[in-house]
Design a binder for this molecule. Structure first.
Ligand code: AMP
Length: 169
């Protein structure tokens, strides 16, 4: 799918969920083109070196599990605190006001993973997701996001593992 087809199906919602944020609503895109989205998100990844997909709550669950089916991999959710039963391992991260925490099931075997989320904005969530994977002894081989808001972060320039379908400069 080309950029203008994507842009037609991703709606920009001003001041949601709070003033100043332009929310990228991908519901129209997913309801019409999920299969193409998943192909585009996985195109540059070397799937031979990946055993498992880790999806970040909550749109990372939709995209990550669809990718897991397409590429024949397992799927593991990374959730907001208090949603998963023990044994879990967690990582706190800073928000604009206060902190939040991501959690995942404790890993029992070293695995090579691809980390998946929908939007890379300031990068705080992805950085926490990466350090949680490392803490849990996962080897993060690739990171796939649908949208990279590059005017808010510079992560892709320094981390070659990051793949995105759409970039906004
Ligand atoms: P950040 O930690 O700032 O990179 O934010 C990333 C997380 O917040 C992702 O899991 C997204 O689902 C969500 N997010 C941030 N900005 C947006 C946006 N403009 N539109 C949709 N989701 C967003």
């Amino acid at each position: 799918m080309n950029q203008s087809e994507y842009e037609e199906l991703i709606h920009n919602v001003a001041d949601f969920p709070k003033p100043g944020v332009v929310f990228k609503d991908m519901s129209p895109l997913l309801s019409e083109k999920l299969s193409e989205v998943v192909s585009d998100m996985g195109r540059e990844i070397n799937w031979n070196e990946i055993d498992l997909i880790v999806g970040i709550e909550s749109r990372g669950f939709i995209l990550g599990s669809a990718m897991a089916i397409k590429y024949g991999k397992g799927f593991l959710p990374m959730r907001k605190k208090g949603k998963l039963p023990p044994p879990v391992i967690g990582e706190e991260y800073e928000l604009e006001y206060g902190t939040d925490k991501l959690e995942m099931r404790v890993n029992d075997k070293i695995k090579r993973v691809c980390l998946v989320d929908d939007v890379l904005a300031t990068g705080g969530t992805l950085k926490a997701g990466l350090s949680l994977c490392e803490k849990n002894k996962f080897e993060v081989k690739a990171i796939s996001v649908l949208i990279d808001l590059q005017f808010l972060n510079e992560l892709a320039a320094s981390d070659q593992r990051i793949h995105s379908v759409l970039q906004y400069k």
